[in-house]
Design a protein around this ligand. Structure first.
Ligand code: GLC
Length: 529
């Protein structure tokens, strides 16, 4: 167990962290791809929004089969994103504005084009061979078969046959993303050098990509079938129970080790990606009690819009995380846009809820102006996952549309056609128009972000309250003799609420000024102070 005092204050505990998908944010050189110089042009926008930190999705050298999550050189900037000096400048510009910067750390796999993998596949005795996970296959009726039944998250077997060396390599994601072998001490050392490299450059945190898949069972035995799997209805990856390939105890140990290690560089945050329910999160918090680590809480991207479900989750989450950092995510580059998933009313109520719970809140670029999924024409799909697993609505291009800065043809992202689809409804959903409209979604976000910084929300205790009429979620934040009441009507009907002890309205997700005692409108959220 860790002896550190978890009550020590850290910059990330109550931060608003703005996620940028660099390819889609701003194209400075009009080649259709977003780049680092583009982000530099727009930092003041993020500062004005009120974010405390920026998380940059990958900008490393990459053949772009998974749009940067397939890294071919960890210490280089991909040509499409700009030059190395651009990332140095971006970090410094972010710091000058008193904001922090988090970068993606892709630990589970590299690109097949990384020189380690090129060397590894060149021969069985190459010194880099064991940097990856290789196994002999099986033979059935004279046919070569993979070593076991493990599946790739992105479709098909998790193994690919390498003819030259007559062995199979593991890939939890695309076959062009071979899994690294963290049981090899040399590989581990190299990855810690990557960590050192970026921390020395001054970044303030890492987002640990695909951490759940890092280790696999060393016996390499088959995984069991999932009895609840519905053929044809569910993502085929869910046909198995992933007890041998995800969430191994070694993974949590590594998370702890990295979190402890990065502390020597200052107040450095480590946030790790795994889609866990509250029990899974509890397991991580219990086994990795480190004050600079937080497992991503993605529950708000998938939970049904029901007050009871939300309350159960939230109360338990706050309890199990204790004094350790908490976080709320309602959108990212892997899930459909929140406004498209839930509709505008619920999306705004959820944004409000996520701001006023204790912890940090992630805002996915464009959600703050109400961006919706873009349309991807048949045959123009880019995401390899959905190409491998068609018919399951898995295409992630939709949530990766370009940031809509203005109402022009390419939404002010670029003067040329973007790398991905076309902007959607940029005549009404864009920064320029929303900036000037006090009732816009952008100005609503600015207000909830500013409010989140008030002491009652940074310091106040979370006090749960009973659900009202099965549909209204209530809770309080209390600090000394002050309190704030947060109310969310999670139904499609109007609900009259009991008298709210004279609190005055701080904000409504309807972006107007209702009498605080007036009935709640469908899916309306209010803060009373
Ligand atoms: C993470 C990323 C996702 C990527 C995958 C494989 O889940 O968020 O975008 O495709 O890892 O690297």
């Amino acid at each position: 167990m860790n002896s550190e005092n978890p009550k020590k204050k850290h910059w990330f505990e109550k931060a608003i962290i703005y996620q940028i998908y660099p390819l889609s944010f701003k194209d400075s050189n009009n080649d259709g791809y977003g780049d680092l110089k583009g982000i530099i042009e727009k930092i003041d926008y993020i500062k004005e929004l009120g974010a405390n930190a920026i998380w940059l999705s990958p900008f490393y050298e990459s053949p772009m089969k998974d749009f940067g999550y397939d890294v071919s050189a960890y210490k280089k900037v991909g040509e499409v994103f700009g030059a190395f000096e651009d990332i140095e400048r971006l970090i410094s510009e972010i710091h000058q504005r008193d904001m922090k910067v988090i970068i993606d750390l892709i630990l589970n796999h590299t690109s097949e084009e990384h020189h380690w993998f090129k060397e590894a596949r060149s021969s069985k005795d190459n010194s880099k061979r064991d940097f990856y996970v290789w196994r002999s296959g099986r033979e059935e009726a004279g046919q070569k078969k993979p070593p076991n039944n493990w599946l790739s998250v992105f479709g098909g077997s998790a193994w690919d046959y390498d003819e030259a060396t007559d062995e199979w390599y593991l890939h939890s994601y695309l076959s062009s993303q071979p899994d690294l072998n963290w049981r090899n001490p040399e590989l581990k050392k190299e990855m810690f050098k990557v960590i050192d490299f970026w921390l020395t450059l001054g970044i303030d945190g890492f987002r640990g990509d695909a951490i759940d898949n890092i280790y696999e069972d060393s016996e390499f035995t088959d995984e069991e079938s999932n009895p609840n799997f519905r053929v044809g209805l569910d993502d085929p990856y869910n046909a198995l129970i992933h007890s041998k390939t995800t969430g191994l105890p070694e993974t949590i140990k590594l998370i702890t080790e990295i979190s402890e290690y990065i502390k020597k560089f200052g107040d450095i945050f480590f946030i790790t990606e795994a889609y866990l329910d509250v029990n899974g999160l509890a397991n991580v918090y219990n086994n990795c009690p480190v004050s600079n680590h937080s497992p991503f809480n993605f529950n708000f991207v998938s939970m049904p819009w029901q007050a009871k479900k939300y309350k159960e989750f939230i109360d338990k989450y706050i309890e199990i995380s204790g004094d350790f950092p908490k976080n709320y995510v309602f959108g990212n580059h892997d899930r459909n846009r929140v406004t498209s998933r839930l509709g505008e009313k619920r999306a705004l109520a959820l944004a409000l809820l996520s701001m006023f719970l204790p912890g940090s809140t992630f805002v996915y670029y464009g959600d703050e102006i109400g961006m919706i999924n873009i349309d991807i024409k048949d045959g123009e799909e880019l995401d390899e996952w959905s190409k491998n697993v068609p018919g399951m609505n898995l295409n992630r291009d939709k949530e990766r549309g370009v940031m809509q800065w203005d109402n022009s043809e390419f939404a002010g992202f670029s003067f040329v056609k973007p790398w991905i689809g076309m902007p959607k409804k940029q005549e009404e959903i864009n920064v320029v128009i929303e900036k000037n409209n006090p009732k816009s979604i952008l100005n609503f976000y600015k207000k909830i972000i500013a409010l989140k910084k008030e002491k009652i929300f940074t310091e106040g205790e979370y006090q749960p309250l009973p659900i009202f009429e099965e549909n209204v979620l209530f809770f309080k934040r209390v600090l000394g003799d002050k309190s704030a009441l947060i109310i969310i009507n999670m139904s499609d009907k109007e609900i009259s609420i009991p008298e709210q002890n004279n609190g005055s309205l701080a904000i409504s997700s309807y972006r107007d000024n209702p009498d605080p005692q007036s009935p709640l409108r469908p899916n309306e959220a209010r803060v009373l102070m």
